[in-house]
Write a protein that binds this ligand. Structure first.
Ligand SMILES: *[C@@H]1O[C@H](CO)[C@@H](O)[C@H](O)[C@H]1NC(C)=O
Ligand SMILES: *[C@@H]1O[C@H](CO)[C@@H](O)[C@H](O)[C@H]1NC(C)=O
Ligand SMILES: *[C@@H]1O[C@H](CO)[C@@H](O)[C@H](O)[C@H]1NC(C)=O
Ligand SMILES: *[C@@H]1O[C@H](CO)[C@@H](O)[C@H](O)[C@H]1NC(C)=O
Ligand SMILES: [Ca+2]
Ligand SMILES: [Ca+2]
Length: 453
């Protein structure tokens, strides 16, 4: 839009001279002007169009570099843009890494990794590689003296890299960085600076690489493969589509295995609930997975298919007396559980009217067969008594441990709080609210859905 405004301004700046011109010259100028206008419009269109395609990662982008920041968020670099996390729009990368602009001639980020070297002053720094230079960032602040030539900081490592990923001990024999260029792979020992060139026979040429949840991923185009950092072995079920596991996209290819994807995706859940007989439902984007009590088989379906009125992207879901209460923005949808689920007449209704709290909530759950729904909104939790004649949010209290919760559920074992691709288990709601330190972090994919890769 900025661009577009600029074009119009510069072309309209030609207009003032027009009144003083003779009629014929005026006509000629008009013709010329309209041509210029057409051209600038076309240019502006191409520009904005180009912009739009760059911005949409669901179109299947090949990322230039991927890195996990110190807070556990993935950064995907593409051209002069940066995607933070697994959903949302791209930002300009210079907003987070301003110095990249001052070295514009270097082009885009070729490769990136975050150093793991506990005894080094560079521990947890993000290194960005552009052309023959390396930038070292400590929480978005460029370290003094950088950028430096790659050959100076990482002797023996070539310029114009394709990808890089750190590999701490014992995942690699020594604390290392793995660099990729074409089909060449270099293991760089961060202590001794020794370089060991390896041959990873089964691995495709990586265009970016990242260590995520203790696994190693090589991205090539919009596909990715999980690999063993020591041997480069890629196990049978790869490559997979990056959009299915590392991005929140609404449409998937026909070949996409919905159950497999929803179990193993790293994208956060929108909502999760377990009813009082132990059936579990987990919602993400346009899909949901369901596990029936006493059956380890998971089923996946579109929300559109089973909860047509809701369509997709729910904020929170809780189960109460054989009904699923589903909250989306300001509205509450209520479905009677069955085959098929049936939407109650008169719904959706305003969350405010039904629960006595404004919509846009993060998570909601009921513990066992009680009738109090606990609602998480931001860093507070509220109680709503469903049996009260006028329902109202009461007992507001802060939850110290989480700034933002994606989803939560409560069952006979206690409360599970889902944040990103992890969840935390508390034996009771009281313990969750009182807790001042995080319990063991568990993985949604592995520990909730049994996806081991
Ligand atoms: C980033 O780049 C854009 C476009 O090149 C420019 O308009 C903007 O001012 C830059 N922002 C910063 C923080 O340097
Ligand atoms: C860091 O330094 C300490 C003390 O010098 C040493 O005991 C420790 O093993 C070192 N850690 C690593 C990872 O090298
Ligand atoms: C991988 O990189 C090498 C160059 O190092 C190149 O010859 C080869 O064609 C590339 N393979 C693919 C599949 O792009
Ligand atoms: C579990 O679910 C699968 C798939 O719907 C079904 O074929 C199987 O019979 C179920 N098993 C039990 C024990 O309910
Ligand atoms: Ca790259
Ligand atoms: Ca939510």
């Amino acid at each position: 839009m900025q661009q577009l405004k600029g074009y119009f301004l510069s072309s309209s700046a030609v207009f003032p001279g027009l009144s003083s011109l003779s009629w014929t010259r005026g006509l000629l100028t008009m013709k010329l002007l309209s041509q210029i206008l057409c051209l600038t419009l076309a240019l502006a269109y191409v520009q904005s169009d180009h912009h739009a395609t760059v911005l949409d990662r669901c179109q299947g982008l090949e990322m230039d570099a991927v890195v996990l920041n110190e807070e556990g968020h993935l950064y995907f670099f593409k051209g002069d843009h940066l995607f933070k996390g697994l959903h949302g729009k791209a930002e300009l990368s210079n907003e987070s890494f301003p110095e990249l602009d001052e070295h514009h001639h270097l082009g885009h980020v070729d490769a990136a990794f975050r150093l793991h070297d506990e005894n080094s002053t560079h521990h947890d720094h993000i290194f960005l590689f552009l052309d023959d230079k390396v930038f070292s960032y400590d929480k978005h602040k460029l370290e003094d003296g950088f950028p430096k030539p790659i050959s100076e900081v990482f002797p023996g490592i070539p310029d114009h890299l394709d990808a890089a990923v750190q590999c701490p001990k014992p995942e690699c024999d020594e604390d290392s960085v793995i660099f990729f260029k074409g089909d060449k792979i270099f293991h760089y020992n961060v202590k001794t600076k020794a370089v060991d060139e390896k041959e990873f026979k089964t691995m495709p040429n990586c265009t970016s690489a990242v260590r995520f949840m203790e696994h190693y991923y090589c991205f090539h185009g919009h596909m990715f493969s999980k690999f063993d950092p020591k041997t480069g072995d890629v196990h049978s079920r790869y490559p997979k589509e990056a959009r299915d596991y590392f991005m929140r996209c609404s449409k998937f290819s026909e070949e996409s295995d919905h159950v497999e994807r929803e179990r193993c995706s790293h994208v956060h859940l929108d909502a999760i609930t377990s009813d009082n007989v132990g059936n579990m439902y987990a919602f993400r984007g346009h899909h949901f997975i369901r596990r029936d009590e006493g059956n380890d088989t998971l089923k996946a379906d579109t929300i559109e298919n089973a909860f047509k009125e809701l369509h997709s992207e729910v904020d929170a879901v809780f189960s109460y007396e054989d009904h699923l209460y589903m909250i989306k923005d300001d509205h509450l949808f209520v479905y009677k559980v069955g085959e098929p689920h049936t939407h109650l007449d008169g719904y959706p209704k305003l969350v405010k009217d039904e629960l006595g709290i404004d919509g846009h909530i993060d998570a909601a759950f009921i513990c066992e067969d009680h009738h109090i729904v606990h609602i998480i909104k931001g860093d507070h939790i509220y109680d709503v008594d469903l049996k009260a004649s006028t329902r109202a949010a009461s007992n507001a209290r802060p939850i110290a441990l989480f700034k933002k919760v994606d989803a939560a559920m409560c069952d006979a074992e206690g409360v599970k709080v889902v944040v990103g691709n992890h969840f935390y288990h508390f034996e009771s709601l009281m313990l969750m609210v009182a807790a001042r330190s995080l319990p063991e972090q568990r993985r949604v994919s592995l520990d909730l859905f049994g996806c081991d890769h």
